[in-house]
Design a protein around this ligand. Structure first.
Ligand SMILES: Cc1cc2nc3c(=O)[nH]c(=O)nc-3n(C[C@H](O)[C@H](O)[C@H](O)COP(=O)(O)OP(=O)(O)OC[C@H]3O[C@@H](n4cnc5c(N)ncnc54)[C@H](O)[C@@H]3O)c2cc1C
Length: 403
């Protein structure tokens, strides 16, 4: 698919971007608007596949509260420049100008009201207006740096299944490893390694946890506080056949490393022990289990009582010490997941090209002039809630100003 004229089989481009996802299209349209001749290459048959799958088909395209605090990276300062120069409001303006209906779901998360296709159409439409050429189903077999290349002349040659191309600026926007069926590949990391750039080790994230012993709770959902390394998320968890999903578990998986414990406060709004004591003082003769059914899903209470408590005892029969111990468990339930669910379900890849290798202003590799990395391929990973697209827009925009 080509938007710009390709009649003369132009093999020379000022900019080649590999990866027509969120970051790649954003970079392409802004570089095109600057008058740069841009070629956008992707091995998939359509651009923006992950955008189409995102947000349950409605694409949570940004978050009004996006700030560096919601990103995980070995260098937490790296994302500051791009995020501050291309804030969420800039992307929202573009969405607004295109007449795309959207709404806030919760916590600043903006979703398309109709379909994620609206965002893909916006990006492709703007790319076309800016004269960007697309080459889809185009496999890149090798990249080489041209000897003696100077600014203003070709610095890289890119060999593909559709011919060889040369460019002055080469932008790698191939994303991370999550969701292989969307066209994800480790290509960006290979390019980084080829040019001697360091990679921060990668792992699946925003994918939830594998936890044995609780598969019988599959389908149970509870609003709670989940913590790992003193970072806490107050949202729902959902028990699945494999373990724990739901937004709070997904968010926590971003901070989790093998062997770590996670802590769950099932009743974050109250002091459970005090509440039960009050019931006792008021003369309640109910079982602890039945009382807890008022606060938490019955299947969860029954399971935890069966595992950790004499569930048939009525309140007056239970010692305060035993009650306090069980309440402590409900409010500080420690679990050690055996792993996270993995790339097949992960929304993102944590880690990636080491940001210490790049300029935070331009995304250009410090030791390889003309080579840029943007989007998820970098070691910048956002929380669930529109933050990852905001990073794709901001980093794509930042590179587009200089490529
Ligand atoms: C199911 C799901 C739902 C999500 N929902 C949200 C959400 O609602 N909000 C949010 O902020 N984030 C969400 N994310 C995360 C978000 O989609 C990504 O962080 C974002 O798409 C990253 O943008 P990117 O351009 O860096 O990479 P991508 O969008 O993944 O684009 C990379 C592109 O590179 C191409 N490519 C890969 N390898 C090659 C190669 N070797 N040669 C040529 N092309 C190649 C791919 O085909 C793809 O088109 C979700 C992710 C998933 C998996």
């Amino acid at each position: 698919m080509r938007c710009g004229s390709d009649e003369f089989m132009i093999v020379d481009h000022e900019v080649i971007i590999i990866g027509a996802g969120a970051a790649g299209m954003m970079c392409a349209l802004h570089a095109g608007r600057r008058g740069r001749r841009v070629l956008l290459v992707d091995h998939s048959d359509k651009p923006g596949k992950k955008i189409l799958l995102s947000g349950g088909g409605r694409c949570n395209f940004t978050n009004t509260g996006a700030s560096p605090a919601q990103y995980v990276s070995c260098n937490p300062h790296f994302c500051k420049s791009a995020l501050s120069r291309y804030p969420a409001s800039d992307f929202i303006r573009m969405v607004f100008e295109h007449g795309i209906a959207f709404h806030e779901k919760k916590l600043g998360q903006l979703f398309c009201s109709r379909s994620a296709q609206d965002i893909v159409n916006l990006l492709m439409g703007e790319c076309c207006k800016a004269g960007v050429q697309f080459r889809l189903q185009c496999k890149v077999s090798s990249i080489a740096r041209l000897p003696g290349a100077e600014l203003g002349s070709a610095r890289f040659s890119v060999a593909t299944s559709q011919g060889d191309f040369q460019c002055e600026s080469l932008v790698i926007a191939t994303g991370g490893l999550s969701l292989p069926k969307s066209g994800a590949s480790g290509f960006g990391y290979e390019v980084a390694r080829q040019f001697g750039l360091n990679i921060i080790s990668t792992s699946a994230a925003l994918d939830g946890f594998v936890i044995g012993d609780y598969s019988d709770l599959a389908g149970v959902s509870v609003d709670c506080l989940v913590s790992c390394h003193k970072i806490s998320f107050r949202e729902n968890i959902l028990f699945t056949h494999a373990g724990l999903s739901g937004p709070a578990a997904l968010q926590t998986s971003l901070y989790w490393n093998h062997g770590d414990e996670i802590q769950i406060n099932l009743l974050p709004e109250m002091n459970c022990f005090q509440w039960l004591l009050n019931q006792k003082q008021a003369g309640s003769r109910a079982t602890v289990k039945n009382l807890l059914h008022e606060l938490l899903p019955a299947r969860l209470v029954d399971k935890l009582c069966a595992l950790h408590f004499s569930s048939s005892l009525s309140l007056p029969q239970v010692s305060e010490k035993a009650l306090e111990k069980f309440c402590h468990l409900l409010q500080n339930w420690c679990l050690t997941p055996s792993g996270t669910v993995g790339y097949s379900k992960a929304e993102v890849t944590r880690g990636g090209v080491d940001s210490a290798e790049l300029s935070s202003i331009t995304m250009e590799a410090i030791k390889v002039q003309g080579l840029y990395f943007i989007g998820e391929v970098l070691d910048v990973t956002g929380w669930l809630g529109g933050y990852n697209f905001q990073w794709a827009w901001a980093s794509g925009w930042a590179a587009a100003q200089v490529v």
